[in-house]
Design a binder for this molecule. Sequence first.
Ligand SMILES: Nc1nc2c(c(=O)[nH]1)N[C@H]1C(S)=C(S)[C@@H](COP(=O)(O)OP(=O)(O)OC[C@H]3O[C@@H](n4cnc5c(N)ncnc54)[C@H](O)[C@@H]3O)O[C@H]1N2
Ligand code: MOO
Length: 404
Amino acid sequence: MLSIESALKTILISTNVLGIERIDLLSSLGRVLAEDIYAYDYLPPFDKSAMDGYALKSSDTLNASKENPIELTVRGSIKAGDDFKKEIETGQTYKVMTGAPIPLGADAVIEIEKVDIKDKKIIINRPVKSNNNIINKGEEVSFGELALPKGKIIRPPEIGFLASLGQEYIPVYNLPKVALIITGNELINIDKKLQPGKIRNSNEYSLKALLESIGIKSVLSFGIIPDDKEVIIQKIKEALAEVDVLISSGGVSVGDYDFIDEILNKIGFKIHFTSVSIKPGKPITFATYEDKLFFGLPGNPASIITTFEEFVKPALKKMKGEVDVLPKKISIVLGEDIKAKTERRKYIYVKIEKKSDKYYAYNAGSQSSSQLKTMTRANGIIIMPEEKNIVKKGEMLEGRFIFN
Ligand SMILES: Nc1nc2c(c(=O)[nH]1)N[C@H]1C(S)=C(S)[C@@H](COP(=O)(O)OP(=O)(O)OC[C@H]3O[C@@H](n4cnc5c(N)ncnc54)[C@H](O)[C@@H]3O)O[C@H]1N2
Ligand code: MOO
């Protein structure tokens, strides 16, 4: 059976980074910068005070001590936002607020709480070093400097940083457009009363939430599609004209109504694989139509989440410009024996606890792919290799945290 690594390789080879668009700064959260951003200002734009205090010439304080305090005359006060052009002379000081410009001639600021005030004078009993409490013009970024490199994922600090540089519109890679093809005669919508033999359509919700977790909020969904070949073909063709990625739920196994693979062949998709050595999630189909991707995910609720995370998410991340698309693994010690039956590689949902620098895994419940309750109680997975069916307490496996 195809290994997870080979499946991922095939998927990523078939996946192209999308084009570029310019969007307003606030909408760029979670997106990937598509061009280098250079600064067209200095940050900060002028020398400014880092503290509420007094701006002075450090040379005036060289010999200051408790025994030999020096006095400086306060000439005035400078607020943040003032356009201040005057120069100070020896023996003078200006009161400055945090963020206020430093008057010409001053090279240091002493904090308010470190001086005594007498009439219009301050008394200083220690030397103040040159540049003390001064944030120099261009200290953070200089004019013409590379501020953020292409490929950066935009997080809140990047938004603030770009705002401070006056960047209103940001070049980012497009987000993939995604369509959901949710199949199954047994499904009913969550706002309807359950009927005999029916179950609620939970996968559409899981998938939309999974997509939203990587920033894809608007998704083309046809709602529940019956197990009818002609209807499914029509919906897939409709979606192909609109989106970059199609994700189907159900109908990829070997039952009488599992026709996703047959349909894909009929439409003219190239099918790359139809099963992978993973539990849960073995019957997963990956196909392409020109540069569009099709993921036929298994209908079982735990299988669809597992295969989305493992196979679909890296492809979507690559399309939106991310470079590190595979999840980082950590080493986890088994806190108790854990058994699993199949010959496939097993993704076991566990509770991970940290104790004195090590991570320990504990079973979180039934690993049946038909249920999600265990996943709601788990905060991670451990990955049990194909050849193992039991891992003993104290043994170490690879794993990772999930949805954090
Ligand atoms: N004879 C075999 N039978 C099965 C095999 C196999 O190798 N040989 N593989 C099993 C495995 S593993 C999985 S996983 C499932 C995958 O089956 P399908 O992708 O064809 O999915 P369905 O049969 O349509 O559904 C499976 C299961 O999930 C429920 N389901 C489907 N859609 C939804 C939805 N939108 N929301 C909630 N639940 C959904 C569905 O009712 C079924 O219970 O096949 C095994 N069979
Ligand atoms: O992949 Mo299936 O999830 O093993 O039930």
